[in-house]
Design a protein around this ligand. Structure first.
Ligand code: ASP
Ligand code: MG
Length: 420
C-alpha cells in the first residue's frame, strides 16, 4: 500500500488537478491513499477570514474570494452544472453557518479549526469528483473520522491508539479495495470538534496514515525536484540531496527546512517506511529518498535554511539577578502554554533570548504572562539563517547580503545567525 501526498502547489488550479489525475492514472494497479491539502494558497485566505471574524470585521469579501477561487476551478474542470458543484456549494453554506455562529469567546485557536479546514474539505471534494469523472475511480474519505487528536486546537496531538484502531479497522479495508482520497492537516478531537495539526500539516497526515496502514512508502509530490540543499529562489547554486537519513531529515525540519513538516519523520522512522519527495512536474526525475541510515550521516554538502518573519524576544531580570533554573522553568512553561516553538535560544547571566515565528496572538499571550516579572525587549522582522553541516570554508555572503548579524549560535553540526 502506498501513501501519496499532494500539497497546495500541486492542486493550485485546474491544470494542476489534471496533472494529478494523469499521475494517478498511471498507478491504477496499486493500492493508494492520496492525502490532499488545500488548493494553492487557500489556507492563507482562510486564515485572513478567521482574523476578520475574530476582530468582528466584515469578512464577506474574503468569503467571496474563497468561493470564486474554487468555483472557477470547478467550472474549468467539471462544468458548472455537475452534482459536484452543489456538494461544494453545500460546503460553502456550512462554512457560512459556522461564521454565523458566535464562537469568538471560544478563542482564536478553536475558531481557526472550525473554519480553516473547509479549504481541505472543498479541495478533496473537487479532486475526488474530477477523478471519478475521468476514469480514476476513487472514494472520498473524511480524515476526521480517522485522525483523532487532543483538544489542543491548531496543534492537535495525535491520539495514536484510537487513530491506529480506526485506520486499521475501518479505513484500511476501503483503501485496499479502491483508490482513496482524503484530507491532510485535519482531524477531530475526542469531543468531536474539528482540529488541525499545524501549518503544512498534510505531510504529517500522510505519515500518520502510512504508519497506521503499514504502508510500504510515502511519496510527497512537489513543485521542486526533491529536497535541495537550499532554496533555489535565494541561492544561485543549489543541489539535490538524493538520499537523506531520517535523522538528518529531522534535523533539517527542526531548523525550518520547509520541504518536510517537522513531525512527519517520526512515525515513518518507527516503522522504517521510506519517504520519497518527487516532482509532479517531472515524474521521471529521481527525487529524494529519506530513509533509515541509523545515525550515519549521508548528506555531504552544507544546507542553507532561511526563516523569515522572525521575532527575537529578550527577557532580563528587573534587578540584575541571574536568570536561573526557576526563571527558565517559568519562561518555558509560559511558552508551552502559549504553544510557542523556539527556533533559537541563548542565555547570558541576566538575560534569556529566544527567536520565534511571528505568531502575533501567541506572542501577545506569552508577553502578558511574563511582562510583570521581566524586562522585555522585542525585535520584529528578522531573518534566521541556519547552515546545517557547515563546511570549513563557509561563505554565506550570498544570502546574508548587506544585512546586519545580530546574534550567532553554533552547535556541532549547525551555525545559526539572526539577521536584520
Ligand atoms: N493547507 C495547510 C497549509 O497550507 C496544510 C498543508 O498544506 O500541509 O498549511
Ligand atoms: Mg502545503
Amino acid at each position: 500500500m502506498l501513501v501519496f501526498k499532494f500539497g497546495g502547489a500541486s492542486v493550485k488550479d485546474a491544470k494542476s488537478v489534471r496533472n494529478v489525475a494523469s499521475i494517478l492514472a498511471r498507478y491504477q494497479k496499486e493500492q493508494i491513499l492520496v492525502v490532499v491539502s488545500a488548493m494553492g494558497k487557500t489556507t492563507n485566505l482562510m486564515e485572513s477570514l478567521v482574523d476578520a471574524y475574530m476582530h468582528q470585521r466584515d469578512f464577506n469579501s474574503i468569503l467571496d474570494e474563497v468561493k470564486s477561487f474554487h468555483r472557477a476551478i470547478i467550472s474549468d474542470l467539471i462544468g458548472p452544472n455537475s452534482q459536484q458543484f452543489y456538494e461544494v456549494e453545500n460546503l460553502f453554506i456550512e462554512l457560512e453557518c459556522a461564521l454565523d455562529t458566535d464562537m469568538v469567546s471560544s478563542g482564536y485557536d478553536f475558531v481557526y479549526d472550525q473554519i480553516v479546514p473547509y479549504a481541505e474539505l472543498i479541495s478533496t471534494r473537487i479532486i475526488s469528483h474530477y477523478l471519478n469523472e475521468n476514469n480514476v475511480t476513487n472514494r472520498w474519505l473524511d480524515a476526521r473520522n480517522f485522525v483523532v487528536t487532543s483538544s489542543h486546537h491548531r496543534r492537535g496531538r495525535v491520539n495514536w491508539d484510537t487513530t491506529q484502531n480506526l485506520i486499521s479497522k475501518r479505513a484500511k479495508k476501503l483503501i485496499e479495495k479502491q483508490l482513496t482520497i482524503t484530507q491532510g492537516f485535519i482531524g477531530r478531537t475526542s469531543e468531536n470538534t474539528t482540529s488541525t495539526l499545524g501549518r503544512e500539516g498534510s505531510d504529517y497526515s500522510a505519515a500518520i496514515f502510512a504508519y497506521c496502514l503499514d504502508a510500504s512508502s510515502v511519496t510527497i509530490w512537489k513543485d521542486v525536484p526533491g529536497v535541495m540543499n537550499g532554496d533555489p529562489k535565494r541561492l544561485k547554486q543549489t543541489t539535490l540531496l538524493p538520499d537523506i537519513s531520517f535523522k538528518e531529515a529531522i534535523e533539517l525540519a527542526y531548523y525550518g527546512a520547509s520541504v518536510i513538516h517537522p513531525k512527519t519523520i517520526q512515525p515513518l522512522l518507527k516503522k522504517s517506511i521510506p519517504l520519497y519527495v518527487r516532482s509532479f512536474l517531472d515524474e521521471h526525475a529521481p527525487g529524494t529518498i529519506v530513509q533509515d541510515h541509523g545515525l550515519q550521516s549521508v548528506v555531504e554538502v552544507p544546507c542553507y535554511i532561511v526563516k523569515d518573519n522572525q521575532v527575537v524576544i529578550s527577557l532580563s531580570s528587573k534587578d540584575f539577578a541571574f536568570i536561573i533554573e526557576d526563571n527558565l522553568s517559568h519562561i518555558f512553561s509560559a511558552l508551552a502554554s502559549c504553544g510557542i516553538q523556539i527556533n533559537l535560544m541563548q542565555n547570558t547571566a541576566i538575560s534569556f533570548t529566544i527567536c520565534v515565528n511571528n505568531d502575533a496572538s501567541r506572542i501577545e499571550k506569552f508577553l502578558d504572562l511574563v511582562s510583570d516579572t521581566y524586562l522585555i525587549d522585542v525585535s520584529n522582522d528578522l531573518q534566521l539563517l541556519t547552515v546545517f553541516n557547515p563546511s570549513d570554508s563557509l561563505d554565506f555572503k550570498e544570502i546574508v547580503g548587506d544585512k546586519t548579524q545580530i546574534l550567532e549560535h553554533r552547535t556541532q553540526n549547525a551555525l545559526q545567525v539572526i539577521l536584520q
